[in-house]
Design a protein around this ligand. Structure first.
Ligand code: FE
Ligand code: ZN
Length: 495
C-alpha cells in the first residue's frame, strides 16, 4: 500500500522543463518563508485518491442513513428545548460557510505549493472541507421546516453584523499568503483551538438531543484528525527548513492565536448560553484544552524550535472567568437585529453559572440579568437602540472590559494616515498596528449601515437586506418557536 501510495501520488510529480520553478509556483516567495527541501514534507494522510473516496463514501452512507431516520422520526422534538436551535443557527450561519471558504483555499494550495506531498495533503483537505459544508447543510436542513433563520445562511454570512466576525477571520487568512493561511487555519484553528470548537458543537449537540449534528460531528472526526496532523506537520516543517522562518512564524502564532480566540467568543456564548443542557462550561474547557493540553503540552515542545507561547495569552486566561457573559450581554442587547433569539437564563441555569463562575458571575452578571428580567416583567424587554462601535480587527461590538477589571470598558486607539481606528483589546491593537494597511479596509457592518450600503437606515430595512424574518428574533419567550414548543410537548389527553 505504501508503494502504491508513493507511485500514485508523489510518483506522478515531475520537474518542469519549459518554465522555472519560480514561474510555476509564483506565490510561495513573497512572505519571506525559506524552503530548501520540499521533499521533506511528508503528506500525513498517505492515501491514494481511490482509497480516499472509498473511505469517505462509506462514511457518507452511514451519516445519511442516520439523518434520514432522525428526520423521519421527528427528531427535532427530542431537543432539550427550542432555545437550542439558536446554537444550530449560529453553526449554520457562522461555521458552515467557513468550511466552503476552507475548501476554496485548500484547493488553491493544492495547485500552488511547490512540493507534491504538500499539494496532495491540501487536495484531500480541500475535498474534506467541501464535504463538511454539504453534510452540515444536509444535517440541519430538516430543522428548516419547523424553525426560522435557517433559510439563507450564505446571504446572512456575507451581510449580518455578528457573522462578519467569522467571515472577516477567514477573509484575513484567504487574503494572506499560502504559508500564513496554513499557519492560521491548519495550525491555529484546526490544531490549537479545535477542541474548544468540538466540545460546544458536537458534545453540545449530543447532550441536547441533536442526533443529526452529532452524527455529522463523528463523521467529520477522522477528517479532523487528518487536518490536525497536517497543522502540526506544517509548523514543524517550516521551522525545520530555515532559522529565518522562526520570527515570522512566531508573529503569525501571536496574531492567529488572538484572532482565533476572539472568534471563539461566539463559541463561548453558544456553549454557555445557547445550549439549554450544559455539557461543560467555557471556563472548564478553556482550562482543559487550552491551558493544560496546549500551553503545558504543546508549547514546551515548540520551544525546541524557538517558539514561545502566544503573545496576549495571559489576557485570554484572565478573561476565561467572564468572557462568555460579556459576549452574551451583547447578543441579548441586539437580539432584535440578529437571526437568533435570546432570553435571560432560567433559574436552574443561573445556579449553574454561579457554580461554574463563582463571584465573577454573581457580582456583575447575575444582577444585570435580574434587572433585565424585572424590566421584561414590566413589559420593557431591553433592546439596545443604538449602533455599537466595532473593533477594527475582530469586528465584535466593543463590549469587553479591561483585563481583570469587570467595570471598565476596554478601548484601544491607533492612528494611521490621519485616521483613527478603535480596537477592543491589546491583542487586536497589536494585530492592527502590524498591518494597518490591511485592517483599514475592513468591511465593518455598523459603518456600512451608516454609509447607506445595507438596504436603508431603519432596522426593518436593514433586517430585510440581511434576509431576516423580523417576527422570530428578539425575545425568545415571545417567538413562535417558544409557542410551538409548548404546544408540541403538551401531554396527550388520555382520559
Ligand atoms: Fe472542516
Ligand atoms: Zn477586537
Amino acid at each position: 500500500m505504501r508503494e502504491r501510495y508513493a507511485t500514485m501520488t508523489r510518483g506522478l510529480d515531475w520537474e518542469p522543463s519549459y518554465v522555472t520553478e519560480e514561474q510555476m509556483y509564483p506565490y510561495t516567495q513573497f512572505e519571506g518563508i525559506k524552503i530548501h527541501d520540499w521533499d521533506a514534507w511528508e503528506d500525513p494522510f498517505r492515501l491514494t485518491v481511490e482509497a480516499y473516496h472509498k473511505y469517505q463514501s462509506e462514511k457518507d452512507k452511514r451519516l445519511y442513513a442516520v439523518i434520514d431516520s432522525f428526520a423521519q422520526g421527528q427528531g427535532h422534538l427530542q431537543a432539550s428545548d427550542a432555545r437550542y436551535f439558536n446554537a444550530v443557527r449560529m453553526f449554520l450561519q457562522g461555521v458552515t460557510p467557513l468550511e466552503y471558504q476552507a475548501y476554496r483555499n485548500f484547493g488553491y494550495l493544492a495547485r500552488h505549493l511547490n512540493g507534491a506531498g504538500a499539494r496532495i495533503a491540501c487536495l484531500y483537505q480541500s475535498i474534506d472541507e467541501l464535504r463538511h459544508n454539504q453534510t452540515q447543510t444536509h444535517a440541519v436542513s430538516q430543522y428548516n421546516k419547523y424553525y426560522d433563520h435557517l433559510q439563507d445562511p450564505n446571504v446572512m454570512h456575507d451581510r449580518v453584523w455578528y457573522l462578519s466576525v467569522p467571515k472577516s477571520f477567514f477573509d484575513d487568512g484567504l487574503s494572506a499568503g499560502p504559508f500564513e493561511f496554513m499557519l492560521a487555519i491548519s495550525f491555529s484553528f484546526e490544531y490549537f483551538l479545535t477542541n474548544l470548537l468540538f466540545v460546544p458543537f458536537m458534545s453540545g449537540a449530543s447532550f441536547n438531543g441533536d442526533l443529526s449534528t452529532m452524527t455529522f460531528g463523528f463523521s467529520a472526526q477522522s477528517d479532523e484528525s487528518r487536518h490536525m496532523t497536517l497543522g502540526l506537520e506544517v509548523i514543524k516543517f517550516i521551522l525545520e527548513q530555515d532559522e529565518d522562518n522562526v520570527p515570522i512564524i512566531q508573529d503569525w502564532v501571536d496574531k492567529w492565536f488572538w484572532r482565533g480566540y476572539r472568534l471563539l467568543s461566539i463559541v463561548a456564548l453558544m456553549q454557555d448560553y445557547f445550549l439549554p443542557k450544559k455539557a461543560m462550561s467555557w471556563k472548564e474547557s478553556f482550562e482543559l484544552y487550552l491551558e493544560q493540553q496546549m500551553l503545558e503540552g504543546l508549547f514546551p515542545d515548540l520551544e525546541y524550535y524557538g517558539i514561545r507561547p502566544p503573545r496576549h495569552v495571559d489576557q485570554a486566561i484572565t478573561e476565561k472567568n467572564y468572557m462568555p457573559h460579556q459576549a452574551f450581554w451583547i447578543f441579548y442587547n441586539y437580539a432584535h437585529a440578529g437571526a437568533y433569539n435570546t432570553t435571560i437564563p432560567f433559574a436552574d441555569e443561573m445556579e449553574w453559572f454561579s457554580e461554574q463562575y463563582g463571584e465573577h458571575f454573581d457580582d456583575f452578571y447575575r444582577p444585570a440579568y435580574e434587572k433585565a428580567r424585572e424590566m421584561q416583567a414590566d413589559g420593557n424587554r431591553f433592546f439596545n437602540g443604538g449602533l455599537p462601535m466595532l473593533c477594527q480587527v475582530c469586528q465584535i461590538p466593543m463590549g469587553f472590559t479591561e483585563p481583570g477589571n469587570p467595570v471598565a470598558h476596554a478601548q484601544r486607539v491607533s492612528h494611521y494616515e490621519g485616521e483613527r481606528y478603535n480596537t477592543c483589546s491589546d491583542g487586536c491593537k497589536w494585530i492592527f498596528d502590524r498591518e494597518p494597511w490591511k485592517y483599514r479596509q475592513a468591511w465593518l457592518p455598523v459603518h456600512q449601515i451608516y454609509q447607506g450600503n445595507c438596504g436603508g437606515n431603519t432596522i426593518p430595512e436593514v433586517l430585510d437586506w440581511y434576509g431576516i424574518n423580523t417576527s422570530e428574533n428578539g425575545e425568545y419567550l415571545d417567538t413562535t418557536d417558544a409557542k410551538n414548543w409548548a404546544k408540541w410537548h403538551e401531554p396527550a389527553n388520555v382520559s
